[in-house]
Design a protein around this ligand. Structure first.
Ligand code: HEC
Ligand code: HEC
Ligand code: HEC
Ligand code: HEC
Length: 172
């Protein structure tokens, strides 16, 4: 009886472990590691330039401003904005020292970075964690609104078409 119980416990633990491994928490590599290939129209396109010049690349720097600290204080937080979890949530992709990086929208690239590119199957990259939001089917707008919403202390409105034009890259 005791053996049966411990076998069951072991089996459950094993199932939980494999489920965790396969659902995959992928590592973030940072937007700088996309630069070499995604700065060239003949290679991966010019997404890096579009991103580097946008508000997204500066979203962490924004939290280090006096204005941000003031907002955090008014919200009742005791910590500086750049150290407040509730602010970092939307302003930073991961532990990497950058703002809203490529991987906020395309998924953590640790496992798909080497599995995508010319002649490579997009499905394989997606199985390894790549996200491909689309303008046409509304999935991009849905993604934007996970951050561009009234939980943002400075939110006024979000007009998708206008805002996409400011960061447009890829086919859209
Ligand atoms: C070694 C070069 C290289 C690196 C590094 C690289 N990419 Fe790419 N990537 C490409 C190429 C080439 C394509 C275009 C494939 C095509 O046109 O068929 C591409 C396409 C893509 C696509 C479109 C889907 C697809 O598979 O065609 C996404 C999204 C993408 N890359 C994201 C990223 C992100 C995010 C990073 C950084 C974490 C990154 N890439 C790093 C070369 C690279
Ligand atoms: C992970 C959260 C997050 C997601 C997802 C996100 N954004 Fe943002 N976005 C931000 C933050 C934070 C800022 C503020 C950056 C700053 O000013 O420091 C911002 C700023 C911007 C700006 C610059 C503001 C301006 O008026 O010039 C544009 C444009 C923008 N986002 C468009 C988009 C679009 C379009 C999408 C979806 C395709 C999107 N964002 C998805 C968090 C996000
Ligand atoms: C739900 C996501 C979200 C959260 C949480 C969030 N922000 Fe933002 N923040 C954004 C977005 C998106 C923008 C750009 C558009 C806007 O103002 O809504 C932004 C813009 C800003 C700006 C620039 C405003 C401007 O007009 O240029 C500051 C400063 C800022 N946020 C500070 C903070 C601080 C401080 C916190 C924590 C108390 C915080 N944010 C929490 C999403 C968020
Ligand atoms: C705010 C979200 C967001 C960020 C940040 C972002 N992208 Fe994108 N990206 C998109 C969306 C949405 C599309 C699809 C546009 C469309 O429908 O044609 C796209 C398209 C692409 C494509 C073309 C895919 C295709 O269909 O051929 C590539 C390549 C790409 N992104 C790479 C990058 C890289 C590299 C970075 C960082 C330097 C980056 N993206 C940052 C949202 C984002």
């Amino acid at each position: 009886m005791k053996n049966a119980v411990s076998f069951l416990a072991l089996a459950l633990a094993f199932t939980a472990l494999t489920a965790f491994t396969f659902s995959g928490s992928h590592d973030y590599v940072g937007s700088k590691s996309c630069k070499a290939c995604h700065s060239n129209a003949k290679m991966g396109g010019t997404a890096f330039k579009a991103w580097d010049g946008s508000g997204h690349s500066k979203a962490l720097a924004t939290l280090k401003s006096a204005e941000a600290d003031k907002i955090a204080k008014e919200k009742g937080f005791k910590t500086k904005a750049a150290e407040t979890k509730e602010c970092l949530e939307c302003h930073v992709t991961s532990a990497k020292d950058e703002g809203v990086g490529c991987e906020s929208c395309h998924g953590a690239a640790g496992d798909y970075k080497s599995k995508h590119g010319k002649g490579k199957d997009v499905a394989t990259a997606m199985a390894a964690g790549m996200m491909l939001p689309k303008v046409d089917d509304g999935s991009a707008e849905k993604l934007c609104k996970t951050c561009h919403n009234d939980k943002s202390p400075t939110f006024k409105e979000f007009k998708f078409k206008e805002m996409w034009t400011k960061i447009a890259h890829g086919k859209g």
